[in-house]
Design a protein around this ligand. Structure first.
Ligand code: ADP
Length: 366
């Protein structure tokens, strides 16, 4: 039973019914109290937000819900309302439920007159809206901006420093090999930035579900060999051995070549990045309904606890060996989004200080 009417509107019965129906149909919770802060009227949405089935009539605000602030401190709801001299609102409070879960709310408090003429009473009208989803998007956006600006700053600063050094050296007529070395350092940073921009662009499109699936025939043998060739200079430059391990009866696979390549590239980039010595193997095995690709390394490995988180947006391990490399924590998040689009399944096995194996089963699509 949502709205309980205690406010008399005299003979204006129809008007009153319309008003009650309007309040009952509002998506936001509405609660009106008398001047002592006792509830006189409320709607169904208010009961939903308060997660209550019981009547709120004549109850004090403190009795109907537990409000907490940003620091999880209890807020005296009745006092907050009764001390309001003019309308105001806040987006910083949360309602805490008996099971200790909480939602973020928009709360507007307005001191009003309830009723007309002789029945004139003072009171307060509260509007409550669940903004948990909006809040989490806001938090995510703020985190996104801070991570991205932080990740941009370092490579931009290095590249800028390198290029101005190179200019100085040119003016001084310095040795060309020295200038070339500095420019190549700047080049590496620019390549990182362009990788980051690509990740962000793919992420943006994946999140808007605007990615199109272009299904074509993929030759897994050729794809793996091509990737291994592309990464050979980078891997051998670090003293790593990189090779392909291919099933002899690999068949053509129908899927998105672009996404399968992008996923494998992410795995290989990480394998090379997080491995100091040993090898990186890129493999493909024929399965009845598709191909199982594998990228394994003998690198720093991923702890059990981190294995659950590596596909989360922005996640980077706290391990100092991870932190000493450049990265945004977006690569595997994008990988998961792309894998989802092509109905592929990813599994990860890893042991700290031993290495990691990322498997992805890519099914044949129609
Ligand atoms: P980034 O490499 O930019 O940090 P990713 O999303 O590609 O972001 O990876 C997330 C995290 O997962 C990395 O920061 C790292 O901690 C861990 N990780 C991914 N691949 C490997 C790997 N092959 N070996 C060890 N750790 C890895």
């Amino acid at each position: 039973m949502p709205v309980t009417k205690k406010v008399s509107l005299g003979n204006k019965h129809i008007e009153q019914q319309q008003l009650l129906s309007l309040i009952n149909n509002m998506a936001d919770g509405v609660i009106a109290t008398d001047e002592n802060g006792l509830v006189v009227l409320y709607n169904g949405a208010a009961l939903n937000i308060l997660d209550s089935n019981a009547s709120l009539t004549s109850k004090k605000l403190n009795q109907i819900c537990s409000l907490i602030d940003k620091n999880n401190q209890q807020v005296d709801f009745s006092h907050l309302v009764l001390s309001s001299k003019k309308s105001h609102n806040t987006r910083d409070l949360r309602i805490k439920y008996s099971d200790n879960s909480a939602i973020n709310v928009y709360l507007s408090i307005a001191p009003v007159k309830l009723g007309y003429g002789k029945n004139d009473q003072k009171g307060y009208v509260l509007l409550i809206r669940d903004i948990t989803h909006e809040k989490s998007l806001e938090d995510e956006r703020n985190e996104f901006i801070s991570v991205v600006s932080h990740e941009l700053r370092t490579p931009v600063a290095i590249a800028e420093g390198d290029i101005s050094n190179a200019e100085l050296l040119v003016e001084k007529g310095a040795d060309l090999t020295q200038i070339k070395r500095i420019l190549s350092q700047a080049h590496t940073q620019i390549l990182f930035l362009s990788g980051l921009i690509n990740d962000l662009a793919t992420l943006g499109r994946a999140e808007r579900n605007a990615l199109e699936l272009d299904i074509e025939e993929i030759n897994p043998h050729e794809l793996v060999q091509e990737l291994v060739d592309n990464y050979t200079t980078q891997a051998t430059g670090k003293g790593l051995d990189i090779k392909a391990k291919l099933d002899s009866n690999l068949q053509l696979l129908k899927s998105s070549k672009l996404y399968v390549r992008e996923i494998l590239q992410n795995f290989i980039t990480n394998a090379v990045k997080y491995t100091e010595k040993g090898h990186v193997i890129v493999g493909a095995n024929q399965k009845p309904s598709g191909v199982m690709f594998m990228v394994s390394d003998t690198g720093i490995g991923i702890s059990k606890a981190d294995q659950d988180k590596v596909f989360d947006k922005f996640f980077r391990s706290e391990d100092f060996r991870t932190r000493s490399t450049n990265g945004t924590g977006l690569g595997l998040y994008v990988v998961l989004k792309l894998a989802h689009l092509i109905h592929a399944e990813i599994t990860l096995t890893s042991e700290l200080d031993k290495g990691s194996e990322f498997f992805i089963f890519v099914p044949n699509l129609k």
